[in-house]
Write a protein that binds this ligand. Structure first.
Ligand SMILES: [Zn+2]
Length: 454
């Protein structure tokens, strides 16, 4: 609190307001022993839920998991009732863009706000995700320094947000004009290695590859190989068939999006190559983040845009930015970004099913931050789309947003399930989420690393 004296008054007010939203418990990491008592626990491993559960949290970690009547609640513990609720691991969103907030004009955004990415915009996005129950998120594409700094500030507990895993800038053939801050082009094998090494040395958690079908095979191999040498997974775009073919050949670990535009299905040779890859047990699972809800839900949003008026996405953003975003999405039906989406939509279920049939491990990710897609509400919509539009059973969807992301990021010994010894990343929501997954749109309790934020 001492440092407050050194801060300008406006900052003090902003910070105090943040604490008020986060709740008094957020003032110190962890706080005293907590007991979440009574709710039905979905631990993230996929087995039957545990009725009348008790989860004991000590400091940042889960101390014990059991049931009322058999697991004793330590004297002096702060008891948090979860009666009537589903209790589950904090959600992961494996594809977010903290540097954007739903504005429809990327060129305008990229030229107007870079000097506010790190100080205002990325922290606001992070806070919105956390309050929506997202306790871990993977940011795929932002300026390097801002990415690492915001991640570290969140992970040190200085600002509220999910535990972050960041890629920093995209690696690609050539940045689109005006995007050089967060897109790095590579020319030749040596340059590819050097750029990946720069990212690794700066401490990124993952390497993001895009437009790999415009690079030489040597360049793509160099990117993947150098990333793997530094223990970093490579996430690749899969909008075009050759991005997948080349990505698979080079050893990309995780593909993003449900691509191929309005084409009705993935070509047979791509599916055959995927099946060959998923059969190769020694290489571990092949991950796929379909980021599909925005495409499936666009027409419904266009015809009833009321959700855009929900002020949850204003959290942490100053009035001028909010107004700019609002102006840009005043006519959801006119946005060029989505004009082809109604033609793509009928193809999505088939492509999603092809991927599932090929044996990939699906991860929940949303591309949150793209036009009209807010960090405050993207993640539950992806889970809902899997469950209620694409027929995925809710437990599988929840594991795609908890257990599997933690395995993919190689932190499953620390998070991803509600297990003694792991970080206490726990959410709870009134009602039965295994029957009504859309309940996740209004989480009642958010605990991250033992600190309660909601
Ligand atoms: Zn993206």
């Amino acid at each position: 609190m001492r440092t407050f004296r050194l801060l300008p008054a406006a900052l003090v007010i902003a910070f105090t307001a943040a604490l008020a939203v986060a709740g008094p418990e957020a003032r110190q990491q962890g706080g005293r022993v907590k007991a979440l008592v009574g709710g039905t626990l979905i631990d993230g491993f996929g087995g039957p839920p545990i009725r009348n559960s008790v989860v004991i949290v000590e400091g940042e970690r889960i101390k014990a998991v059991g049931q009322v009547g058999t697991l004793e609640i330590p004297a002096g513990a702060e008891v948090i009732s979860t009666e009537g609720m589903s209790v589950l691991p904090g959600l992961w969103d494996m594809h977010v863009h903290l540097m954007i907030n739903g504005h429809s004009d990327y060129a305008h955004w990229d030229r107007t706000y870079p000097d506010r990415f790190e100080s205002v915009i990325m922290p606001a996005s992070a806070k919105q995700l956390l309050l929506a129950g997202v306790t871990s998120a993977r940011d795929l594409g932002a300026p390097l320094e801002a990415s690492v700094n915001v991640r570290d500030r969140v992970n040190r507990g200085e600002i509220p947000g999910p535990t972050l895993y960041v890629s920093g800038p995209f690696i690609q053939h050539e940045p689109y004009p005006g995007t050089e801050l967060f897109r790095w082009g590579v020319t030749g094998e040596a340059d590819a290695r050097a750029k990946v090494k720069t990212l690794a040395d700066a401490g990124v958690d993952v390497v993001k590859l895009i437009d790999q079908d415009q690079m030489t095979m040597e360049e793509v191999r160099a990117v993947v190989d150098e990333a793997h040498r530094h223990g970093l997974m490579v996430v690749g775009h899969s909008h075009r068939p050759d991005e997948i073919r080349i990505g698979l050949e080079a050893g990309v670990d995780n593909f993003e999006h449900t691509g191929l535009s309005s084409s009705p299905e993935y070509p047979a040779d791509v599916i055959a190559a995927l099946r060959e890859r998923t059969a190769n047990m020694s290489r571990g699972p092949l991950y796929w983040t379909p980021t599909i809800e925005g495409l499936l839900n666009y027409e419904a949003l266009r015809d009833n845009p009321e959700q855009l008026d929900d002020t949850a996405w204003h959290e942490g953003l100053p009035a001028d930015i909010i107004e700019d975003i609002e102006r840009s999405i005043a006519h959801p039906d006119r946005l060029p970004y989505f004009q082809l989406t109604p033609i793509r939509r009928p193809t999505l279920a088939r492509k999603f099913q092809q991927l599932r049939d090929a044996g990939v491990v699906m991860l929940v990710g949303t591309d949150s931050g793209i036009p009209m897609k807010f960090h405050s509400s993207s993640t539950w919509r992806e889970l809902d789309a899997w469950g209620n539009i694409l027929g995925v059973d809710p437990m599988t969807a929840i594991r795609g947003a908890s257990y599997w992301p933690s395995v993919a990021m190689k932190v499953d010994h620390e998070v991803g399930t509600i297990t003694p010894g792991k970080y206490a990343d726990i959410i709870a929501v009134k009602g039965d989420v295994l029957r009504y997954i859309a309940l996740l749109q209004r989480v009642d309790i958010v605990v991250k690393r033992g600190t309660r934020y909601r």
